[in-house]
Write a protein that binds this ligand. Sequence first.
Ligand SMILES: [Zn+2]
Length: 100
Amino acid sequence: MGKRLQDPKEEKMKDIVDRCDLCGGVLKPGKTTLEIWRGEELLVIRDVQADVCQQCNEAYLSADISEQLDHFLEEAHRYRPERTLAVPQYVAVQAIGGIA
Ligand SMILES: [Zn+2]
């Protein structure tokens, strides 16, 4: 087994999906954008086929797609990214002040 996707949000997968685990909404075939942290590096993969909740937008990947992504992530450095994004990063104290 390769490395799993690191964001637990993207870990969910089912062979047969019909209802959203989170809200019970109906799932329909669609596409999602994955944001995957690998150590200090953030990778974005757009337009990944997924079953998407019509209510809360949670995306569920099939086991097959998830496995393919695992393989891709092991060799992602060999591919030229479609584009590279500059992502602003803030620290919590800026966002929510000094609240302990
Ligand atoms: Zn949902």
